[in-house]
Write a protein that binds this ligand. Structure first.
Ligand code: IPD
Ligand code: CA
Ligand code: CA
Length: 272
């Protein structure tokens, strides 16, 4: 009998093949609202994933970013992001993933994130550890923010949003080895799990962006909260994921920036 893990991995790999074969051959680019891009490949990838998961587990609920929704209120449901990193995908920037999670009574019990171009399959199952292909993952042992590498992301509506994340990006860049902005929250979380990053934060993410990554970071020994260090709430989507060791230090910085905007700091002395 197929297990949920086998089914999710099969779906992620098949969707990864479809998405990578069609890179550079997008037929339609549409906008969901003013800023969110969606392509024909996002839709076809979701259709393929949904057909596999539904045929293996017809009783499970499912929520997909591109509208696939079946029995969404059931106690076991799949959360599917058919391309995480659509902006990158649209531009041919090679950093995107397929993300599939299984939620059971509010807990993320299984997460699969696949980067098809690197052929990196990240997965975790509750109590069974986090894995990259056949290698067991553990978060980094970095103890200090000053020597940490971080990542963040910006909401699609950043030019219009009052909380634009710029002040956090600016401040934490100076306080660490740097802040990457790579454009796939699911992969950013996997990189924390793999110890390639020591921490990641972003606001206003959707459940399908983070669900699989949360399972993977947790099983790799990392810590997840909101930006204030309080329990993460998937309905709000404000997430801080770290190796655990630098968590309180990052929270203290984020708290000190609460309610502030970069514009307040001003441009300072002009060195030119
Ligand atoms: C986006 C990516 C990106 C993050 C955005 C998300 P999408 O997901 O995860 O890294 O910064 O906030 O919306 O739209 O490419 O599936
Ligand atoms: Ca996404
Ligand atoms: Ca997506």
């Amino acid at each position: 009998m197929t297990t949920p893990r086998e089914s999710a991995i099969k779906a992620a790999r098949q969707a990864g093949l479809l998405v990578s074969e069609r890179l550079g051959r997008i037929r339609d680019i549409d906008y969901k609202g003013a800023y969110n891009i969606v392509t024909d490949v996002d839709r076809d990838s979701e259709e393929l994933i949904v057909s596999i998961l539904r045929s293996d587990f017809p009783d499970f609920g499912l929520v997909g970013e591109e509208g696939g929704e079946k029995q969404a209120g059931s106690p076991r449901r799949w959360l599917v992001d058919p391309i995480d990193g659509t902006t990158n995908y649209t531009h041919g920037y090679p950093f995107f993933s397929i993300s599939i999670a299984l939620e059971e009574a509010g807990r993320m019990v299984l997460g699969v994130v696949y980067n098809p171009l690197a052929d990196e399959l990240f997965w975790a199952e509750e109590g069974k550890g986090a894995w990259l292909n056949d290698r067991r993952l553990a978060v980094s042992a970095q103890r200090s923010l000053a020597t940490s590498l971080l990542a963040t992301g910006f909401p699609a509506d950043t030019r219009a949003a009052p909380d634009d994340n710029m002040i956090r990006f600016f401040t934490l860049t100076d306080l660490s080895h740097g802040v990457r902005r790579d454009g796939s929250a699911a992969l950013d979380l996997c990189f924390v799990a793999a110890g390639r990053l020591d921490g990641f934060w972003e606001t206003k993410l959707s459940p399908w962006d983070v669900a699989a990554g949360i399972a993977i970071v947790s099983e790799a020994g990392g810590r997840i909260s909101d930006l204030s260090g309080q329990p993460f709430d998937i309905r709000k989507g404000h997430i801080l994921a770290t190796n655990g060791l630098i968590h309180d230090e990052v929270v203290a910085v984020l708290e000190s920036l609460k309610g502030r905007r970069l514009a307040e700091i001003g441009s300072g002395e002009d060195s030119n």
